[in-house]
Ligand binder design. Structure first.
Ligand code: ADP
Ligand code: MG
Length: 355
């Protein structure tokens, strides 16, 4: 089991930022409005995520480290299927297999908290803890027992940079939650959690005037979705026999595209500031990044790119998040419909404001 755990860990956790992503998503799942990420030495010495979510009941704290019963990985043969089955329910288990983890948590309905310590997958300590409602997961000495993985890590500043990008992206996706990042004892980023996306945009992109970014929505960003392409579906469905084969009913599954994109006056020299989220999870999707760039066709000088944060909301059955164990890549049942929805929403937003 220890070997399997380490293999699983290697797939889920390639670098500290992957572990950070899992911990942040757990905090979001727990309804936290304050999420604080602290790192030392790029997250290798320490990666700690503190949240004010609902916490874990004392009698379930140890279970959080167990591989879920639904795990598909039972035999060595199954290892070849890792990439397709994914790792839901295995994040803490995998992280704990390759580090020292201290979980301190108090559930909102309980009078006291509990602490569990795990080293290399083994529970080495447990007990009561004085703790506010919420959860603290401290990951220390990541990859201490995986020398091969250690070699692939970049220098601390590079790993810290990946974590900073991650925290900022999640802050963009959740303007109503306060994210903080403390690197080697210094507060290097904080969103204010007041719900105003333009505040976060200004902070993340270092903009003096966040109004150079425009909403994909005609309104103020809080009203209904910018583009709901359900009405285009019958036409698109004809071109997409694959959707039916996969058991999806496109007509019942609108695609919503919202977000923020820059006016043509605000550009960068590369595409790294075009962030795509699917159902509020950050994903790497070159195709959708390309859809955004295409929306600026003829509007930008050669070699210049917009800044954009794009949220695609799609029925869960139309998106496969398990293509990649780290869940940063997704596959859509109706790739082209989603591509054109993103392109259209972005184009409309630019033209509306450029007029
Ligand atoms: P998954 O999130 O896919 O269920 P994880 O290994 O990431 O698997 O977490 C295991 C479980 O531990 C979660 O289902 C949740 O019940 C609990 N958990 C982990 N982190 C937190 C947190 N920050 N707040 C509340 N519960 C948590
Ligand atoms: Mg999780």
């Amino acid at each position: 089991p220890e070997v399997a755990a380490k293999i699983a860990a290697g797939e889920v956790v390639e670098r500290p930022a992957n572990a950070a992503k899992e911990l942040i998503e757990n905090s979001l799942d727990a309804g936290a409005t304050e999420i604080r990420v602290e790192i030392r030495e790029g997250g290798r010495r320490l990666l700690r995520v503190t949240d004010n979510g609902h916490g874990i009941p004392a009698d379930e704290a140890e279970l959080a480290f167990q591989r879920h019963a639904t795990s598909k990985l039972h035999t060595a043969e199954d290892l070849s299927h890792i990439a397709t089955f994914g790792f839901r329910g295995e994040a803490l288990y995998s992280i704990a297999a390759v580090s020292h983890v201290t979980l301190t948590t108090r559930h909102r309905d309980e009078p006291f908290g509990v602490q569990v310590r795990v080293e290399g997958g083994q529970i080495v300590g447990r007990g009561r803890a004085g703790s506010p409602v919420g959860t603290v997961v401290s990951v220390e000495h990541l990859f201490y027992n995986v020398p091969a993985r250690q070699k692939f890590l970049r220098k601390a500043a590079t790993e810290a940079g990946h974590i900073a990008n991650l925290v900022q992206r999640y802050a963009l996706a959740h303007p109503d939650r306060r994210f903080s990042l403390v690197n080697d004892g210094r507060l290097v980023f904080q969103s204010n959690g007041n719900g105003d996306p333009f505040d976060v945009l200004a902070k993340v992109y270092g903009l003096e005037n966040a109004r150079q970014m425009v909403s994909l929505l005609p309104g103020d960003g809080t009203s209904p979705p910018g583009l709901d392409v359900a009405q285009d579906v019958s036409f698109m469905a004809e071109e997409l026999p694959g959707a039916e084969a996969a058991g999806a009913n496109p007509e019942e599954s609108p695609v919503r595209v919202t977000g923020y994109t820059s006016l043509p006056s605000l550009t960068r020299a590369n595409r790294s500031h075009i962030d795509i989220f699917v159902n509020r999870r950050y994903v790497e999707d070159r195709s959708l990044v390309h859809a955004v760039v295409q929306a600026y066709h003829t509007l930008l000088p050669v070699g210049r790119y917009p800044l954009a944060v794009i949220f695609v909301e799609v029925a869960p059955e139309l998106v496969d998040v398990n293509v990649h164990p780290q869940k940063t890549q997704v596959r859509f049942v109706e790739e082209r419909r989603i591509f054109s929805a993103v392109q259209k929403a972005t184009r409309q937003a630019i033209l509306r404001h450029a007029a």
